[in-house]
Design a binder for this molecule. Structure first.
Ligand SMILES: [Zn+2]
Length: 579
């Protein structure tokens, strides 16, 4: 290397790094603000997304059954100067979308451009100020898609320079991106993360070391970024992340005095933008769960794909399902109805019989002749009911702003309605919570079905309604809110259906009994429980001697009862009559 070149090269390096540091010295961060509504929204779906995340992570570690990803529509709005010059180039847009898609494929989703690019020629919006948002988006936003505006610069309402900003579900379906940050490889994925309800890894305040999240992870579910596999982060930045993307602060501590070890590579941090290159597994799971709960119905007006099934669950071991295509603009169809990545049908509407117990992903890919888009409904068809063990099921139903659209039934395995509720009263029941208790019997199937007559579920367009079904011990059996026109949950109540504890013949006598009866068995059980005909447990006793098997029933009302005798985790159930 000759001397002159070396000097010029050094000068170039110096200028290069000055350039970097000056661009970082501005407040080129993210304008996302976590609101009380965001907190309420998160609280309302917390348990449901936890279930979905668990399923997603299980699939991730065991190999997902279906590798088809769901297509999510994006409307690209490119802001240029009034004379039509400037603005993000098509190539820059395509590169940014491709980079983002290479990341989000891990969450089971991909983004596609809906109806080309909308160019907005406006010197005013080219130097965009946050206060202009509603004026601009009221003219240009396309409903039901993600509207991303690419502009030259973004000034926040407090006057700072922003790289971009976005909103949690419930907020506007709008993302703003500064062009220079669109091409940095990480900010677009970061803002899209907010759109799928991800918070910053440093929590919801941007003040250094104000996160409540502890290094030991003990409160990770309820504070910080509500994600447990991202370490507590005091707030990364150029001051504490070096050019090699390593965290350099060795002193900052959490409330327990433990030193932070945040991840400078996480997309949702404020680390150096070129360092940000990964989401954690739970962040991917969260994105997918939020897609299913809040973003699944997004559709490009000219080209979209969706489908419904006439039945999704059965207690039995086989189920025939008719799928109806609800796509728009499709000219060909490919169905994978059992999540094995093999196309099963190529007709528009299909009927399929599932033989065998299982939970099946259903994927529909459609083409309009030039592009393919897909929708996957994870574990959509469930053959063989969820096995539960309880004597009652409690329904807690929180309504949205349109209670007259909501009704539900609780049925037995023969389809008889045992309990029902709704439609509720408009203007009276809005946003209220109803609770109901269902008494159920052992060894039987039950089905809960809930319907929304308008077809928009009870979450999330008009309030964050949801329903939850819980067992005696408060275990969440099922929940949901974003179910379009309706959904069902089937249960098999196996409360008394357990392995026989011996092949010994066990006798009860006398039966019927008026005062007492005796259990006669060569092998003595460890304990017994007595249930009434409704499956409610009314007595439990540990068996210490044969004397304990002379059972007093004087105080029982007349009727049929069950006695469950247990030894070494296996049981036998017998019935007796009290007269
Ligand atoms: Zn952000």
């Amino acid at each position: 290397m000759n001397q002159k070149f070396f000097r010029q090269f050094t000068l170039f390096l110096v200028l290069f790094f000055i350039g970097i540091s000056s661009s970082y010295s501005q407040n080129d961060e993210c304008g996302f603000e976590f609101t009380e509504e965001n907190q309420n929204y998160y609280n309302s779906i917390k348990e449901h997304i936890k279930q979905l995340e668990t399923e997603f992570l299980q699939n991730l570690f065991t190999g997902r059954s279906s590798t088809v990803v769901s297509s999510v529509p994006v409307k690209a709005h490119i802001i240029r100067q009034s004379d039509g010059t400037g603005g993000l180039t098509d190539m820059e847009l395509n590169d940014a979308m491709a980079t983002m898609n290479s990341i989000y494929i891990n969450a089971g989703i991909e983004f596609f451009l809906c109806d080309g690019i909308n160019y907005i020629n406006s010197d005013d919006y080219y130097t965009y100020e946050q206060a202009e948002e509603s004026l601009m988006t009221s003219v240009h936003n396309v409903n039901g898609v993600i509207n991303i505006y690419f502009t030259n610069s973004i000034t926040s309402s407090s006057g700072g320079s922003l790289c971009g900003y976005a909103y949690f579900p419930g907020g506007p379906e709008t993302i703003l991106m500064a062009n220079s940050c669109t091409t940095n490889g990480s900010t677009l994925s970061h803002e899209m993360g907010h759109f799928f309800a991800l918070s910053h890894t440093h929590g919801n305040s941007n003040v250094f070391n104000s996160t409540q999240e502890l290094v030991n992870g003990s409160n990770c579910e309820s504070t910080g970024d509500f994600i447990c596999d991202t370490p507590a982060d005091p707030k990364l930045g150029v001051n504490n992340v070096n050019v090699d993307c390593n965290y350099t602060d060795t002193t900052s501590q959490d409330a327990n005095g433990e030193i932070y070890q945040p991840d400078p590579l996480n997309f949702m941090s404020y680390s150096r933008k070129r360092c940000r290159s990964l989401f954690s597994p739970q962040q991917y799971a969260r994105i997918n769960a939020i897609y299913q709960v809040s973003r699944e119905s997004m559709a490009c007006p000219s080209f979209s794909t969706d489908f419904i099934a006439d039945e999704t669950e059965t207690c039995g071991t086989d189920l025939t399902v008719s799928f109806t295509d609800n796509s728009v603009g499709a000219t060909s169809w490919s169905w994978d109805v059992d999540g094995d990545d093999i196309v099963d049908y190529n007709t528009q509407n299909v009927t399929h019989t599932y033989n065998g117990v299982g939970s099946y992903d259903v994927a529909l890919t459609v083409s309009n002749g030039s592009n393919n888009i897909s929708k996957v409904k994870a574990q959509y068809i469930n053959v063989g009911a969820q096995e539960i063990s309880t004597t009652t099921i409690e329904l807690s139903l929180t309504l949205d702003d349109w209670p007259a659209e909501t009704s539900w039934n609780f049925l037995d395995g023969d389809g008889n309605v045992l309990y029902s509720g709704g439609p509720y009263v408009e203007g009276v029941d809005d946003f209220t919570t109803k609770t109901e208790m269902f008494t159920i019997n052992p060894d039987l199937c039950y089905k809960f079905e809930i319907n929304d007559s308008y077809g928009d579920g009870i979450c999330c367009a008009s309030g964050n309604g949801n329903y939850e079904l819980r067992s005696d011990d408060n275990t969440l059996l099922a929940s949901g809110g974003n179910f379009s026109s309706g959904t069902t949950n089937s249960f098999f109540n196996g409360v008394l259906s357990v392995n026989k504890f011996s092949n010994e013949e066990i006798n009860l006598y006398p039966n019927p009994a008026s005062n007492s009866f005796t259990v006669k068995s060569r092998i003595r059980p460890d304990n017994y429980e007595i249930f009434n005909a409704l499956g409610q447990k009314i007595k439990t006793l540990k068996v210490n001697s044969n004397q304990d098997l002379n059972i007093n029933v004087e105080n029982l009302k007349e009727g049929i009862y069950f006695i469950k005798l247990t030894r070494d985790n296996s049981s036998q159930v017998l019935s007796f009559i009290k007269d």
